[in-house]
Write a new protein. Structure first.
Length: 77
């Protein structure tokens, strides 16, 4: 069970990295959506658990803003 929690904690980070480091415009939108969903899922998981890891929550919120910014930039190009 502990390994699953650790995996959930880092899974969103991998999706985020994949999205922001993607240089292929044909897959960028799909990767941004996957990262957005992973971030939202993790935020919901933290909220449902009741425990708050302030550092991770700040990281998630920063990542969420970055994904939104990149998504808007993708739409303009």
């Amino acid at each position: 069970m502990q390994a699953i929690k650790a995996s959930n904690r880092t899974l969103w980070k991998q999706f985020f990295k994949d999205a922001i480091l993607d240089l292929d415009p044909t897959s960028a939108e799909q990767k941004l959506e996957a990262a957005k969903k992973a971030i939202e899922d993790r935020l919901r998981e933290i909220h449902a658990r009741g425990g708050i890891d302030h550092r991770e929550r700040m990281e998630l919120e920063d990542a969420q803003r970055t994904i939104l910014f990149l998504g808007k930039h993708e739409q303009q190009t």
